[in-house]
Write a protein that binds this ligand. Structure first.
Ligand code: NDP
Length: 337
């Protein structure tokens, strides 16, 4: 870090001034989690196998998958091959998978099936993918309403994310996961969850969309106050990596002589969040692991990007109740609020 950074160098594709990110955080369970992990959404089986194997070879020690990505088997095969080919042990790799919305009423069965596909005895982190319940089935990922137009959601009073979370808690004692967490939760939902009497395990992480177009500082601050580590998904702006065309990001990449992706990923690391860039291309996978230490002035400049462009890129119909911009209310007294 900070060594060999040449300001004002125009060629930004040269990443030799960046260093493989070895930063780790401590979860509220006491376990360590590498700050940078490989995302695997929209990585089909064969590409995913190569991506995960390449990532592990490059030095990644954190892989993020999910039941709904339909690539747990490929992730598992790549991990198994890497462990066989090297003297790395299972506990050196942090593996996350997620409970899908149709399977929330039986997380034990869902995780057991995920583990079978992953060829693992346990995962390091099991996340509730969305605070949403879809029509329960283990055979279909997106059951549709009668008109075939929308996902079939279950009424909040019938089965909600608190029920799901309570059903996830025993998975730790069963040894199926080292930690549990949440994903796509905003502040009111976390507050509601934590206020429930039978919720005894503080979520280890909240995985949400965060990038310079959607910095979510309020959510990060709130989670920190509750000892919940924030993980940033879609850090490059998801499909096609739109963030990398942003003027501010390009200018900074030229200043530090690194790729635009390196700037965006390093910004997430500077904010003490986990970051999960996805790629299926070897060169990108290898370069995304290399980060730099941005000056605080440059972090602040990237913080301002959302003032001109605010954008939520992952906005499925079942997430429609989460608008792109919400009013923060933390530290508002009752009357002010
Ligand atoms: P990202 O922001 O990681 O962007 C991925 C896109 O950027 C792909 O098109 C990829 O292309 C491209 N890309 C990657 N690296 C580079 C680079 N160095 N230069 C140029 N382009 C690049 O998007 P995701 O939405 O995939 O988010 C990351 C991960 O977060 C997911 O894979 C998943 O694990 C997690 N996630 C979780 C969600 C949740 O609900 N909990 C929702 C969404 C994501 P290519 O692959 O062709 O290289």
């Amino acid at each position: 870090y900070n060594k060999n950074i040449l300001p004002n160098v125009k060629i930004y594709t040269n990443i030799e001034y960046a260093y493989s990110c070895s930063k780790v955080y401590k979860l509220n369970t006491g376990a360590e989690i590498p700050a940078l992990g490989l995302g695997t959404w929209q990585s089909p089986d064969e590409e995913c196998f190569n991506a995960v194997y390449t990532a592990l070879t490059a030095g990644y020690r954190h892989i993020d998958t999910a039941r709904v990505y339909q690539n747990e088997e490929a992730v598992g095969n790549a991990i198994a091959k890497y462990l066989k080919d090297t003297d790395t042990s299972r506990d050196e790799i942090f593996v996350t998978t997620k409970l899908w919305c149709t399977e929330v009423q039986d997380p034990k069965r869902a995780l057991t099936e995920s583990l079978k596909r992953l060829k693992l005895d346990y995962v390091d982190l099991y996340l509730m993918h969305w605070p949403v319940t879809m029509s329960p089935t283990f055979n279909e990922l997106f059951p549709k309403s009668k008109d075939g137009k929308s996902a079939l959601l279950i009424d909040f009073n019938e089965w909600n994310y608190v029920n799901t979370y309570k059903a996830m808690q025993p998975l730790i004692e069963l040894g199926l996961t080292k930690a549990i967490g949440i994903s796509n939760f905003n502040i009111p939902k976390i507050e509601y969850l934590l206020s429930q009497p039978d919720v005894t395990v503080i979520p280890a992480c909240n995985q949400v969309e965060i990038h310079p177009f959607l910095p979510q500082q309020d959510l990060i601050d709130y989670c920190k106050s509750k000892e919940i580590l924030v993980e940033c998904y879609s850090p490059l702006g998801s499909t096609g990596a739109p963030l990398l065309k942003n003027e501010v990001i390009i200018q900074l990449s030229e200043k530090y002589s690194v790729s635009p992706a390196c700037i965006v990923i390093s910004w997430a690391i500077a904010r003490d969040t986990v970051v999960l860039p996805k790629s299926v291309h070897d060169v990108r996978i290898e370069s995304n692991l290399k980060t730099i230490e941005l000056s605080s002035a440059d972090v602040a400049e990237i913080d301002q990007v959302s003032k001109t462009t605010t954008q939520r890129v992952v906005n499925p119909p079942w997430g429609a109740e989460i608008p792109a911009v919400g009013l923060g209310t933390w530290k508002c007294t009752d009357e002010e609020c």
